[in-house]
Design a protein around this ligand. Sequence first.
Ligand SMILES: Nc1nc2c(ncn2[C@@H]2O[C@H](COP(=O)(O)OP(=O)(O)OP(=O)(O)O)[C@@H](O)[C@H]2O)c(=O)[nH]1
Ligand SMILES: [Mg+2]
Length: 309
Amino acid sequence: MLRLFRRKKHPTLSQGLFKTRLSLKEQLKVFLKKGKVDVDILTELEEILILADVGVKITMEVMASLKDSIVNKGLKQREEVYRELKGALKNFLSNSPRTLSISHSPAVFLFVGVNGTGKTTSLAKLAYRFKKEGKKVLLAAGDTFRAGALEQLNHWGDRLGVDVIRHDYGGDSAAVAYDAVTAARSRGIDCLLIDTAGRLQTKVNLMEELKKMSRVIAKVLPQAPHEKILVVDATFGQNSISQGKLFHEFIDLTGMVLAKLDGSAKGGAILSLENELGVPVKLAGVGEGIEDLVDFDPGEYIDSLLSID
Ligand SMILES: Nc1nc2c(ncn2[C@@H]2O[C@H](COP(=O)(O)OP(=O)(O)OP(=O)(O)O)[C@@H](O)[C@H]2O)c(=O)[nH]1
Ligand SMILES: [Mg+2]
């Protein structure tokens, strides 16, 4: 059954950054072609970083550090500055581990985020990955609010051959979570993935509901949920920062999934997002297919972002 989803080529982070790179590549080439370091170099680089939605704050800090490097290290060639730029940008990415916490049994994952960011799809992609690794997976339909949400998750459950714990529409999402964790324990499940309804970070009552879900889960299983994942829509760019901050305030996130990276020309925003939140991006969605979920590797990210190939 899982063979149905198999494709020839595995997706990559670099592939997901295609659109962002498209707008940068030509500018970077022009930048490098000029060869020598001159008075315009920092202005040119600044434009490139802003174009990738790296954000003003980080761009300014990187410019200051490059200026120092050019003077102190006596950089004469643009190629050298370009290498220095990659190093400088990497420093803004989080040092926290990016591996998912799956050592507990069951390992409980809570997916949260604003409406339509890609929560349910990312959850299904991760369930598929776990299933492929031979793990026992269970899904929970914590979105009892949006019309069609239960059917959407059921559909994924059917396709993946994974059970879904669900209540009716209008039900209490914390009660779904409670039942799901209880079921996961009694069935010897390895990974329980809990979906939630999309919500605006400014709606305090809805944010409190997430807190309650988290609390109820911990009552059944202390230390759970082991991963509280914010799913961010990569096309939002810098706008995701304020959203992310509030989600983090309410439920203390452990990681982020950057969904729809393939559709975004704003891949540079990951730098500000991580830097401002202090929460690592662990996975990236690079397409609508079930296999289009990749690990986020900081080195690969910077290299792909600034690649001229
Ligand atoms: N291109 C692309 N599309 C994606 C990706 N992830 C999700 N999508 C699409 O985004 C749309 C919304 O995805 P959902 O997973 O339903 O989003 P959600 O956050 O669960 O939405 P709500 O439950 O309504 O808040 C769907 O059409 C998905 O196919 C991705 O990585 N790349
Ligand atoms: Mg959903």
